[in-house]
Design a protein around this ligand. Structure first.
Ligand SMILES: [Zn+2]
Length: 422
């Protein structure tokens, strides 16, 4: 019953748009296409040729297919899920995204020969990676449908990488499709020129009820746990699932939400800062240790560690360089993982002060953290709306400072002091 779009929670409009585009793309593939006259066979030209009806342009230009797309939305809204689902629909042998055919299946499991996924592991996507990608994307699709490149976190493109991508988007090979994911179309996230070449698929923050529903239906989570997790995760589907299933994730959240209670003085504020930083480091280290080790072993095997003979000495020199490259990549990934872990903690903390603020204002909204609602209520009485707002702002400023490359420990210490002083 559920097709490839079934995992997109609370995104009815975006799904309708993508379904129309997939149908339009399938129609293009079915159309008997003569060699294009001007040699510039972009999709618009193909669409016109296919559209046997000579006079009218399609009523809804947004319904058609195009070469470049940007999926935008807040973290956890399902940008990359949407991009992958759309890729599957494009590669689907039925052209619908049935979810069961080989095209759908291999796309969703990441093994389709014509679908490439770029997930930046470090803080940015470099120009060399992008050039190699653009080059490969220019080849004809082996499966006869579309050559697809999905770029997660396209906001982490370096300027040079963005320019390399722009060239490919400006003159796309006829069967190549770029799917970019970014928080927004703000120029800080995506260059204006790239944006102008793309169709935007806006995703919204899914409502907690929709998130809870999918946790129950797809993951078999008990309804009360699903409701609690969906509210606590503030619309982030992946985070809600982790909270519902992973006791360690719940413990980390509990530790973060204990912070407001522990801020009893300057010393306690510094202690709380240290604890938060160290917890993020530990969480990040645990998340990358396995893959780091696997990569090192794979590289050593590929380099024939322990080999002897004439070529061995030269191979060892090259090997040292490759190991150094790998270490650099792994360090960059670890930094990213630490920042992500710290940011999750800050979002939880912001939720607590948001609860205090809405309670002080007597706003008729449900609390983010139902399990610390009493504590937030006590805070609301003590601090009033103004004090709650100042504390919420301190947390948000800390997030912004870290995003702007302030050293995390310094930003978190400043935040804890502000939270304590009020
Ligand atoms: Zn299919």
């Amino acid at each position: 019953m559920t097709d490839v779009f079934g995992d997109l929670v609370g995104q009815d409009e975006a799904v309708a748009m993508l379904r129309r585009a997939a149908a339009s793309a399938a129609a293009l593939l079915r159309a008997p296409v003569a060699a294009p006259a001007g040699g510039h066979d972009d999709l618009d030209a193909l669409a016109e040729e296919y559209d046997g009806d000579p006079a009218p342009a399609p009523a809804d230009p947004g319904a058609g297919m195009t070469h470049a797309w940007i999926f935008t939305g807040p973290p956890g809204s399902g940008r990359s899920v949407a991009a992958r689902a759309f890729a599957a629909a494009l590669e689907c042998v039925h052209g619908t995204g049935c979810g069961t055919c080989p095209g759908c299946h291999t796309t969703l499991t990441g093994t389709h020969a014509d679908v490439r996924l770029v997930v930046p592991e470090g803080l940015s996507i470099g120009v060399n990676e992008m050039r190699a990608l653009v080059l490969r994307a220019a080849s004809a699709p082996s499966g006869g449908r579309w050559q697809i490149v999905i770029i997660e976190d396209a906001d982490r493109l370096t300027e040079a990488a963005g320019n390399a991508l722009l060239k490919a988007i400006e003159e796309p090979p006829p069967r190549t499709v770029f799917l970019l994911c970014a928080p927004s179309t703000h120029p800080d996230d995506i260059s204006v020129t790239i944006r102008s070449r793309c169709r935007v698929v806006p995703l919204r923050q899914p409502p907690p009820a929709a998130v809870a529903e999918v946790l129950v239906r797809r993951d078999g989570i008990a309804p009360d746990v699903a409701e609690w997790a969906a509210a606590a995760a503030q619309g982030h589907v992946g985070r809600a699932r982790r909270l519902a299933r992973d006791p360690e994730a719940r413990q980390r959240r509990d530790a973060v939400l204990a912070v407001p209670r522990r801020l009893t003085g300057v010393g306690a504020a510094f202690d709380a800062a240290s604890a938060l930083i160290e917890a993020a480091e530990a969480e990040a280290a645990a998340s990358v240790v396995e893959i780091d080790e696997a990569e090192r072993t794979a590289l050593q095997t590929a380099l024939g560690a322990g080999g002897t003979g004439r070529g061995a000495a030269g191979a060892m020199r090259g090997a040292a360089g490759q190991l150094k490259d790998l270490e650099k990549r792994q360090k960059s990934r670890a930094t990213r993982a630490q920042r992500d872990a710290l940011d999750r903690a800050l979002v939880d903390l912001a939720g607590f002060y948001r609860d205090a603020l809405t309670m002080a204002l007597r706003a008729p909204v449900a609390p983010v953290h139902t399990d610390t609602a009493a504590l937030a209520g006590a805070g609301a009485q003590k601090w009033d709306a103004e004090g709650s707002l100042r504390r919420l702002e301190a947390v948000l400023e800390c997030r912004a400072a870290i995003e702007a490359n302030v050293k995390p420990r310094i930003a978190v210490e400043a935040m804890m002091l502000a939270l304590w002083r009020g």
